[in-house]
Design a protein around this ligand. Structure first.
Ligand code: ADP
Ligand code: G6P
Length: 472
């Protein structure tokens, strides 16, 4: 049983009033959808993406989906508020200021309880519940209270901040206790697990021994052990490999190059339009390279794919305005007649188009200022069986722990970023092959199935339910 804020599909209402289901945005859904495709009769509790009543549970792709309702007020206070106005910026190094409002916290508690109840009601006796991400940190403890018979895992897809930052969070101890309701708490990076365990030790005063925290029992309850470890998430490499062999996808990649006027080099960025992704830094570097003549816009084109995201949150609106203004300026100043210096695409694409884009790109720029993992970096590598292409990767993305053969950069240093882009554009083919080979070894050997297997294997041994009680 998966529990995540979002279902794998979002409901969209068409002009004629009918409902259309489209893939939900983001890396969590990309990864978990692939995992669930290999599971018989899996189930997923989540929100269907619009405010109002929830549709009845339904089946899709062999999965049972249990929609959870969020009212307009829940969306504002729990989703846009505490999740994306407080936790998201706080957990991503306060790139923008987190806001704290008590009414947001109340909504967070209320909605976490609703998800916990939905999961508890739909899980078989002795089953396994896997809760995902920062929106649902209280759910593990709430599920445990009503279903002590189930194993509970939690995976945090985003960074967990150092205790000095985490301590700013009002209600921080409730959040830690919520997470400690799980038997196993998984993180992207080793440093995230260390940060969490150090918060548990310093703020709750619980005993921590290497990867294990001891949660004292209340009254006659025995103490419990909770394991916290890193499990770097990955992608469905087999699915991407088979797309790269599809003649229609290959033709699409060639067509993209023709449509851009056959430039020598295509440089690609693919991100949700989020301030954590360093899109402004990337555009600044690209604009300066054009201005100082290091790049000729007749030779090189940048494509920036920016998925619409969290559009009612002020910091996201501002980011969109700034990005679109900058792209317009750079194109106005530098684009040759009839062709862009930056091709900016503010919409979603299907997996085939995404793979074609990766196959067409000579350089991919991942310049996140902070990112839990960044699946785009791994998707690019998986899309290059020809061993061509260069990945420029921020050292602040979780993927940098594994993808050491990328050109690693500090995206805050615009000069360094410019040098890295030029290095990538000029890299000889034999060097590209050598680096790509090493990157591919890492990504192909550690796919998302292996990740899920590792987590669930550890959960099996971590969860030791004291007694098998009957579900309510
Ligand atoms: P995040 O989870 O923060 O959005 P990731 O890089 O980990 O970042 O995951 C993003 C996922 O969304 C990737 O699988 C990527 O291919 C996909 N994606 C990003 N932009 C688009 C888009 N415009 N259309 C379709 N898929 C996209
Ligand atoms: C990141 C988060 C996910 C989230 C996704 C899309 O991947 O880790 O939890 O679902 O972004 O964001 P959204 O707010 O649209 O769900």
């Amino acid at each position: 049983m998966i529990v995540a804020n979002r279902l794998p599909v979002d409901a969209r209402t068409l002009p004629d009033g009918a409902t259309e289901w489209v893939t939900s945005p983001g890396g969590l859904v990309t990864a978990m959808e692939s995992v669930m495709r290999h599971v018989d009769s899996g189930a997923w509790v989540g929100w269907h993406g619009t405010a109002g009543e929830a549709p009845e549970p339904f089946a899709a792709d062999g999965m049972h989906l249990y929609p959870v309702a969020l009212s307009a007020e829940d969306v504002e206070k729990y989703y846009e508020g505490f999740s994306n106005g407080t936790l998201w910026p706080l957990y991503h190094d306060v790139i923008v200021d987190p806001e704290f409002h008590r009414a947001w916290w109340d909504a967070y508690v209320r909605v976490n309880r609703r998800f916990a109840q939905a999961a508890a009601a739909a899980t078989a006796p002795g089953g396994t519940i896997w809760v995902h991400d920062y929106q649902l940190q209280l759910a593990p403890e709430m599920i445990r209270a009503s279903r002590p018979d189930v194993r509970i895992g939690f995976f945090n897809h985003i960074p967990f901040p150092p205790v000095e930052l985490f301590s700013q969070l009002p209600k921080r101890n409730q959040v830690l206790r919520g997470l400690l309701g799980a038997d196993l708490v998984g993180f992207q990076r080793e440093s995230d697990a260390v940060n969490f365990l150090s918060a548990v030790r310093h703020l709750l005063g619980y005993q921590v021994d290497q990867y294990t925290a001891t949660v004292p029992g209340i009254g006659s309850e025995p103490a419990r052990q909770v394991v916290a470890k890193s499990f770097p998430i990955s992608i469905d490499t087999a699915a991407i490999s088979s797309l790269t062999e599809d003649p229609a996808v290959r033709e699409r990649a060639a067509e993209l190059r023709r449509e851009l006027g056959e430039p020598d080099k295509i440089v690609l960025g693919v991100d949700r339009l989020d301030y954590t992704k360093g899109i402004r830094h990337r555009l600044k570097a690209w604009g300066e390279l054009l201005r100082d003549g290091s790049i000729d816009p007749h030779d090189a084109v940048m494509i920036q794919v920016a998925t619409p995201s969290r559009e009612r949150v002020e910091a996201y609106r501002q980011l969109r305005d700034e990005v679109e203004l900058t792209v317009g300026r750079i194109n106005g100043d530098h684009a040759p007649i009839g062709r862009p210096a930056i091709s900016y695409l503010h919409r979603s694409f299907d997996r085939r188009d995404m793979t074609a884009l990766f196959m067409a790109a000579d350089v991919v720029l991942v310049t996140a200022l902070r990112d839990g993992m960044n699946l785009v970096a791994k998707e690019y590598v998986a899309s290059r069986p020809d061993l061509r292409g260069v990945l420029v990767l921020s050292e602040f993305a979780g993927a940098a722990d594994e993808l050491r053969a990328a050109i690693l950069v500090n995206p805050h240093d615009i000069d360094e970023l410019k040098t890295a882009i030029l290095q990538a554009l000029k890299m000889p083919e034999d060097e590209q092959e050598q680096a790509m080979l090493s990157l591919r070894r890492q990504v192909l050997d550690h796919d998302v199935q292996a990740w899920a297997h590792a987590f669930l294997g550890d959960l099996e041994s971590a969860g030791r339910p004291e007694e098998i009680a009957r579900p309510p």
